[in-house]
Design a protein around this ligand. Structure first.
Ligand code: FES
Length: 623
């Protein structure tokens, strides 16, 4: 079998002939950028063949490479297959970089504190011949005396009973009982010797497709003790949801379950170490993830969600023992997963809804969460409508020549001087630019329109005589950063093709918002608030989002960025038992509108494929 050696680092792996270089890289433990899921559409998995041979149709993918790169043996790892031994150079930008993960969200300490797990210190009378009450009854009565629930409502698992006699007698009948609200009644999670009432912790987790964020809380006083984040280790099995489901179908389900658990455990360990606590004293974990992520995390086969008639195994909120799925917490801790509305409106969106507070308001709120896919929810305390669709990867950096995720070196803000057409850019971490992330792309689109470099169809005006506005190798383009200013050794440009892809992405989102409004019988002016959730929304310039027609026009003070709504929602459900109880009812109340089955959506989408729209009356203040 051929050996593939990856530079730098000389990682070697032996694979059968015909294996893609991408799969060989995965086998070698490299996490490559696979924005399009290995379909040959994004050009982000660039590698160079230094020695040996690989089969690759260079003409077909020519548009992704410069002449210099071709001369150096450039190919796409996802499309090149191994024939014999091969030496492959993987440039740093083709590997997944440290991402700007949205961890800190303001306002978390203000969540009303009403946890579902409590500790009771019980000082018990030892048994005697005159008092032969069993140990468990003695403890349960002690709990009730301390203001806890009645003994008949508390279930005691076997392993607590097994340790109970020893714990009580070794500690002279002084103990601390941990009691958690269960789906039915209460559960005695633990009985420990002495007074441990100060040590009671819970964790909220946002299990994203790319990243994992965890908040560690004190459940005795409602303080945040630490936060942590890391990558979802499932990335090595595919970057997007579809490739993960396909991986699980090839008997990779248990591997994906384990990788999700390891990713959460890594975040919990970091948070626990930062706070100086023992993970064994975490008694509840609340996990918000999309529907596929939740299935994979619990080891439930998601295969039937991607084939007709597209059925998930479960939509309701589930609670599972931490020990049962390998979560690094107390062995009797309960791990809760958020309910879902559909395959596309998952637990992360229910968490977003909780974060917006829209279920408590009379005014209509429009919540939009944008990633490779987008989800939109419109509603108030009485009703909610939702829809989802593909934004295309353009807003996450795919299908845009120099698009990239929000990693160091990504241009995240752009302003263009109307006189000189010179851009002023700021990059993540202030380093030399490597590409442009979603918020930078929306800025660019708005600024190019404002300075008349592009027209309302997105066409670049080549009549402008300026070195930054040029014909380009394949498409007309605007130079955002000159080669000497970048860290990628070439000019960073925005091409007309990039602009077309961005316009299609924004049109899908605007068309979906208008479809929801129409279904509710509302006009854009009836919306009380628009809430952007997720990392993309958090860094978005609101004015520019309206200028390009990403969302309906409205006063800027009605547009809010709620940041990582999934972690905020998970925090709320962790520390407020009343809110947690409402989750299933919220999910059931949401009506899902299938855009593909909605005849008006296509018309709305087509009308939105202009900047900002074909109907100027919808954007009266955009010049
Ligand atoms: Fe290879 Fe997108 S992952 S082109």
């Amino acid at each position: 079998m051929p050996t593939v050696t990856f530079l730098p680092g000389y990682r070697k792996v032996t694979v059968p002939g015909g294996t893609t270089i991408l799969d060989a890289a995965r086998a070698a433990g490299l996490s490559m950028n696979v924005v399009c899921g290995g379909q040959g559409k994004c050009g982000k998995c660039l590698v160079f063949i230094k020695e040996g041979t690989a089969t690759f149709d260079r003409d077909k993918y020519r548009r992704f490479f410069s002449d210099d790169e071709i001369a150096r043996g450039a190919c796409l790892a996802c499309q090149a297959t191994v024939v014999g031994d091969v030496l492959v150079n993987v440039p740093a930008e083709s590997l997944i970089q440290e991402q700007k993960i949205l961890v800190e969200v303001p306002g978390q300490e203000g969540i009303p504190f009403n946890p579902a797990v409590r500790k009771y210190v019980v000082r018990l009378e030892p048994p005697s011949l005159d008092d032969t009450t069993p140990d468990l009854t003695r403890v349960l009565e002690g709990i009730e005396k301390q203001g806890g629930p009645p003994p008949t409502s508390i279930y005691a698992p076997l392993d607590v009973l097994c340790f109970l006699p020893l714990v009580l007698r070794r500690n002279e009948w002084n103990a601390t009982a941990t009691v958690a609200l269960a789906p039915v009644g209460y559960r005695l999670s633990s009985v420990d010797g002495g007074d441990t009432s100060e040590r009671l912790y819970g964790a909220a987790v946002d299990l994203g497709t790319t990243t994992v964020v965890a908040y560690l809380w004190s459940l005795t006083d409602g303080r945040i003790l630490a936060t942590a984040s890391n990558y979802n280790r499932q990335i090595s099995c595919g970057e997007d949801i579809l490739s993960r489901v396909n991986f699980s179908r090839k008997s990779g389900l248990s591997q994906l379950q384990q990788l999700a658990t390891e990713s959460i455990n890594e975040a919990l360990t970091t948070a626990a170490d930062t706070a100086g606590i023992d993970r064994e004293e975490i008694f509840e974990v609340m996990v918000a993830g999309n529907t596929v992520m939740t299935h994979l995390f619990l080891g439930i086969d998601p295969a039937y969600m991607i084939t007709e008639p597209y059925i998930p195994v479960v939509r309701r909120m589930l609670s599972t023992g931490a020990g049962q799925i390998g979560i690094a917490a107390h062995r009797n801790a309960e791990v809760y997963t958020f309910p879902a509305v559909s395959n596309f409106i998952g637990g992360d969106i229910i968490a977003d809804i909780l974060a917006t507070g829209m279920t408590d308001r009379e005014e209509a709120t429009l919540m939009v969460d944008i990633g490779t896919n987008f989800e939109a929810v419109l509603g108030n305390s009485d009703w909610m409508l939702s829809c989802a669709g593909a934004a295309g990867p353009a807003l996450e950096g795919g299908e845009v020549l120099f698009g990239m995720r929000a990693n160091p070196g990504a241009i995240e803000r752009v302003a263009i001087d109307a006189e000189t057409l010179t851009p002023t850019c700021s990059t993540i971490n202030g380093v030399r630019p490597r590409g442009i992330c979603g918020s930078g792309l929306i800025d660019l689109l708005a600024e190019l329109l404002r300075t008349c470099v592009i027209d309302r169809t997105g066409r670049i005006n080549l009549d402008i005589s300026h070195p930054r506005v040029r014909k380009g190798q394949y498409y007309p383009e605007y130079v955002v950063a000159w080669k000497k200013e970048t860290s990628v050794g070439k000019d960073i440009v925005m091409t007309e093709n990039d602009i077309r892809n961005l316009i299609m992405s924004k049109a899908a989102i605007h068309g979906a918002c208008m479809t929801l409004l129409d279904a509710a019988g509302l006009e854009p002016g009836d919306i009380g608030r628009v809430c952007f959730a997720g990392a993309f929304g958090n860094y978005l310039n609101k004015e520019n989002a309206i200028t390009v027609g990403l969302i309906p026009e409205m006063p800027l003070d009605r547009v809010e960025n709620i940041g990582n709504g999934a972690i905020t929602g998970a925090n709320i459900a962790l520390i407020n038992r009343k809110r947690r109880k409402e989750l299933d009812a919220i999910a059931r109340r949401i009506t899902y509108i299938e855009l593909n089955a909605e005849p008006s959506f296509m018309d709305r989408y087509t009308s939105s494929c202009f900047l900002p729209h074909t109907d100027f009356t919808l954007f009266p203040h955009v010049q």
